[in-house]
Design a binder for this molecule. Sequence first.
Ligand code: A3P
Ligand code: MG
Length: 418
Amino acid sequence: MMAPRKRTADTSDGGGRAALKQPRTDTSHLHPSVSLVYPSLTQPSPRTVPFQRPLPLISFSYNQGRELEFSDAAMRYYIDPPPGADLGYGYDRWVRRPEEKGRLDGLLRAISETRRREASDPAIGVISWRGTMTKILTAPYEDRDGWELNIMHKNGTLYFEEFISDSRLKEKDDTAPHQRVQMYYGYAFESWCTASQPDAPSGWGGDVDTSVQWCRVVKTKLGDTRIVIGGEVDCVKNSGEKDLMVELKTSLNIRGYRDEERFEKKLLKFYFQSFLLGVPEIIVGFRTPNGQLTTVQPFKTLEIPRMVRGKPNAWDAQICLDWGDRFLTWVRKNVVWGTVTPESVWRVKFTPRVGVELTLLHDTGRMEVAAGEDRVGFLPTWYWEEICSSEHSNASSLDPTAGSVAAASNSLPRGWQI
Ligand code: A3P
Ligand code: MG
């Protein structure tokens, strides 16, 4: 094994802000880490960072056995739920997929399939699940939950995997009974609101099996970085001409201004979750604390930022996009500069109200990431071999910010450029 080279960390964040001294991670005594501080939330964002309208690449389904197939078999159609529906219905029959590490495997299979179908290898700056990108972009407003990512860099592409330690995974699996029920309400709402056919009558759409998912993979661009994102889509509305994607959400009834503030805060996550995949509509089911559906309200994704503007706890999507762009640029600069071997794995740790810290993992950390599986870093070996073999045949695709898609940010439909 090659010994890690000692380097002096570049602590600049590209925005001219001073780096904060961070608490040490277990590897930081072996290798310097670099930090990026939070943006100010009281100042308007200094610049407008364009976000390209997401364009679909491919969709796929996971079946009950959690096998991936390139089909829309798991796609569901939106149906109005019955008034007063019981969101605890079918709880005992819930087939709950065990919590998993944030592996990219399904997304990588979809990307590999796209490359095969299109016989081309478009330059991609970042590959990530949608949930990870949502966490990155909403970090400026997150004051409770921290997160960690594993990052690799190969052929100009950054791969982001959410890092969930074994102990955290166990904690998530051992959810307290009360929390499990609350979690189930969201899934039950999906079942009351969807059917396998577009013209099905209103009613229970079938017992919840969280292994079954319909996912969509899109390409988009934040600032200069081309991003491929994959994520689950809850259902579609059959509008005659084409299917419009819909995100389903549940939330407690709003009884006063405190609830309203809480809900507006939640809208930030609802918004980015849908925005990143190009989902135009979010349908929120408001419920009582013990799971009775009261009202259903649709929201147009692109109108949400305007709805919260000027409110006491308002958030500004532009601050998130600016932060996201600076985050990606900062990660790229430091990872490209500091990478010791192509198999290097980096860790980003986000501390709410503080910022992010980037560290190169050493042997123990890398072994924890691979977890004894057939992987190079966290990438499956089959994928690693595939990209290594295309490396030589496709040298032109190494610059993820170059090329024709760059021009598209000038011709975006209004609304996707906030
Ligand atoms: P709600 O979002 O209505 O609470 P998604 O909305 O992202 O498609 O997820 C569907 C449901 O999965 C959620 O419904 C919630 O019940 C559950 N869920 C998803 N992520 C969760 C998390 N981090 N913690 C708890 N429950 C979660
Ligand atoms: Mg949902």
